[in-house]
Structure formats: structure tokens, C-alpha cells
Design a protein around this ligand. Structure first.
Ligand SMILES: NC(=O)c1ccc[n+]([C@@H]2O[C@H](COP(=O)([O-])OP(=O)(O)OC[C@H]3O[C@@H](n4cnc5c(N)ncnc54)[C@H](OP(=O)(O)O)[C@@H]3O)[C@@H](O)[C@H]2O)c1
Length: 321
């Protein structure tokens, strides 16, 4: 039983500069199945590539199916034995999340690993369900998806006797949320909206979610839940902001040149996700926050048990039955 309780894991000695390929070298994950959201670009597509390289049957869960198919093609070109499926999901729509989950369940596949990776940074917008877009996409869609797939993960873990792993890709930005942490009463209040704080709120929610999930996955359930920051990675995450070329080519080119100096590339950016998903040192570790391929400290609000319970109840209400 001790095995599935939260406990520290020995670091395998990797650092911020290690790539996903390096931190998973020698791991044979043949027979495992993983869903990776937002695998059409950036950290998600590299995560898909590496998991497939290690033998995992990867389900690339994307809203842009042609981009998803291109990721699959690139993976198959490098590794013709790879098992990759592409399925459609829009995390900002609860109907779409529910459709994805039922379509996945109808395939009768096992599910060992769920990587909640998709994310956006955007100005004030409401989702299909009238919820602030970053909270809806980065957090709430993943909360619903996880709940809908949990029984499948539990039965896979039970039947295979292999630990299931749920991974929330958060961010160091979780530290910069609103003073209240989560704006429960004013989640859609445009007058309180600030792009950095709102993004941080969604990323704080990712950590609170995995912590609460870890507590709820009681002893005897072989499923762990952890969150992580990939670090600052050179991707398209700012495409809907003033840093995007659509808005300002000059700023984009500065950001890109500075980025090359200070940011991780995607091979490094996907490493902590792949480490937490596959590395044997992470076996039995749950309710932790990882950074640079090792356990790290999330901020005080992220460790607040009352806040995580309140967020859970709030999310259940938002998702309805
Ligand atoms: N890059 C960084 O420095 C950094 C730092 C900390 C944390 N993160 C986190 O890392 C994760 C991956 O981001 P990234 O940097 O790799 O950025 P990215 O290249 O922009 O990837 C984000 C992915 O999320 C998908 N996505 C966005 N909205 C979606 C929706 N409604 N439904 C389904 N998929 C959706 C995007 O799909 P489309 O292609 O269709 O838009 C894309 O595949 C995010 O959670 C982000 O918050 C990134």
C-alpha cells in the first residue's frame, strides 16, 4: 500500500538540459496506451513522438485533425512500428470532451497514461460553455476528460497490474494567479481579467486538480496523479497574444531571437512530461509537482487542501451531471 501513497522519488540525475529522448532511454513501454491532449504541436507533439518511440500506443487528441495527422505521419516516418491514432477533441467544449471520451471508450482500448497537455494563452474570451477561455481549455476540459476516463484507467490498472499515471502539464506561472487563487465568484468577470493572472489561474488549477485527484485515488488504486512545469519552452503558445506575428512581426522576431538564447527547445521541454509518464523512479509517486525532471515545490496556494477541494466541487457544478 505504501507504494501508492505520495512519497518522494529519487532523482535520476537529469537536469533542465536533458531531452525527452535522454530521460526515457532504455525504457520499454510496449503494451501501454496513452492519450496526449494538444499533441498537434510543441511539447505535446514531441511527447507523442517520444512515447511512441518507447513503444506506447499513442492517441493524439487534437482539435486540428489535419495537424494531428501530420504529427502521426512524421512519427511513422521516423518509426514505422509506431502505434499512433488521431482523435478529435476541443477542450473548450464540454460536448466535444464528452464525445471524445465516449468515442475512446467505444474502441475498448486500455488506458495507462493520460497527459493533459493542451493549453492556450489568450485575451478575454468565453468558451462554448460560456466560461473564461483559459480556465475552460487549460483546466476545466481536462478536469472533465479525466473524470470521464477514470473508470477505464482503473480497470486497465486493475487488469494489467500496471500503475496508471495522470499528468497535468501546468506551468511555473501558477505562482502568479489572482490573490484569491481562483476567482470562484467572478470567473467570467472581464473587469478583473488580466491575461497573465488568468493564465496563471488556469495553471494553478492544474496543480490543485492533480493534488486533489491524488488524494481521491485511494490506497489500492494503482493510479498516480502529478503535475509539472515544462520550463520556458520555445513553442507557439503565445500565438493569440501581442507576441504573435499576427499582431506584431517585430516583437515576434525579438521574442524568437531572445527565445533561442534562454528557452528550452521542445526536445528539452517535453522531457519532464516523458520522465513523469514513463520513468521507473516515478513509480508510486503521487500528488507531486515536477520541474526539470525532479520533484519540486509548487507554491503555497497550490498546496492548499481547502482550495483544491473547493475547486473540485466548483468544477463538478460547472460540468453538470
Ligand atoms: N511553452 C512554454 O514555455 C510553456 C511553459 C509552461 C507551460 N506550458 C504548457 O505546456 C502545454 C503545451 O503548450 P506548448 O508550449 O507546447 O504550446 P503549443 O505549441 O501552442 O501547444 C498547445 C497545444 O494545445 C492545443 N489546444 C489549444 N486549445 C485547444 C483546445 N481548445 N482543444 C484542444 N487542443 C487545444 C493546441 O492545438 P492547436 O494547434 O489546434 O491550437 C496545441 O496543440 C500547455 O499546457 C502550456 O500551458 C508551456
Amino acid at each position: 500500500m505504501e507504494l501508492f501513497r505520495s512519497r518522494k522519488c529519487p532523482s535520476a540525475g537529469f537536469s533542465s538540459s536533458n531531452t525527452a529522448e535522454e530521460v526515457t532511454r532504455g525504457i520499454d513501454a510496449t503494451g501501454l496506451t496513452a492519450i496526449i491532449t494538444g499533441a498537434s504541436s510543441g511539447i505535446g507533439s514531441e511527447t507523442a513522438r517520444i512515447l511512441a518511440l518507447r513503444g506506447v500506443h499513442v492517441v493524439v487528441a487534437v482539435r486540428n485533425l489535419s495537424a494531428g495527422r501530420a504529427v502521426k505521419e512524421a512519427i511513422m516516418k521516423e518509426n514505422s512500428d509506431a502505434k499512433v491514432d488521431v482523435m478529435g477533441i476541443d477542450l473548450s467544449s464540454m460536448v466535444s470532451v464528452r464525445n471524445f471520451a465516449s468515442e475512446f471508450k467505444s474502441l475498448n482500448l486500455p488506458l495507462n497514461i493520460l497527459i493533459n497537455n493542451a493549453g492556450v494563452v489568450t485575451y478575454f474570451k468565453l468558451s462554448h460553455d460560456n466560461i473564461e477561455m483559459m480556465f475552460a481549455t487549460n483546466y476545466l476540459g481536462h478536469f472533465l476528460l479525466t473524470n470521464l476516463l477514470l473508470e477505464t484507467m482503473k480497470s486497465t490498472a486493475h487488469q494489467s497490474n500496471i500503475e496508471g499515471r495522470i499528468i497535468n502539464v501546468s506551468s511555473n506561472a501558477h505562482r502568479y494567479s489572482y490573490n484569491e487563487g481562483i476567482l470562484f465568484d467572478r470567473i467570467n468577470d472581464k473587469s478583473r481579467f488580466n491575461i497573465l493572472w488568468a493564465y496563471a489561474q488556469s495553471k494553478l488549477a492544474n496543480v490543485l486538480h492533480s493534488n486533489e485527484l491524488a488524494r481521491r485515488l485511494k490506497e489500492g488504486v494503482q493510479i498516480t496523479a502529478n503535475s509539472l512545469t515544462p520550463g520556458a519552452v520555445e513553442t507557439n503558445i503565445f500565438r493569440d497574444t501581442f507576441l504573435s506575428g499576427k499582431h506584431h512581426h517585430f516583437l515576434e522576431s525579438i521574442a524568437s531571437s531572445v527565445g533561442k538564447l534562454f528557452l528550452k527547445n521542445v526536445q528539452q521541454g517535453a522531457s519532464t512530461t516523458c520522465y513523469v509518464a514513463l520513468h521507473p523512479n516515478v513509480k508510486g509517486v503521487s500528488g507531486e509537482y515536477f520541474r526539470n525532471n525532479r520533484i519540486s515545490e509548487s507554491n503555497r496556494k497550490a498546496q492548499n487542501i481547502e482550495l483544491s477541494k473547493k475547486l473540485w466541487d466548483f468544477s463538478i457544478k460547472l460540468c453538470g451531471k
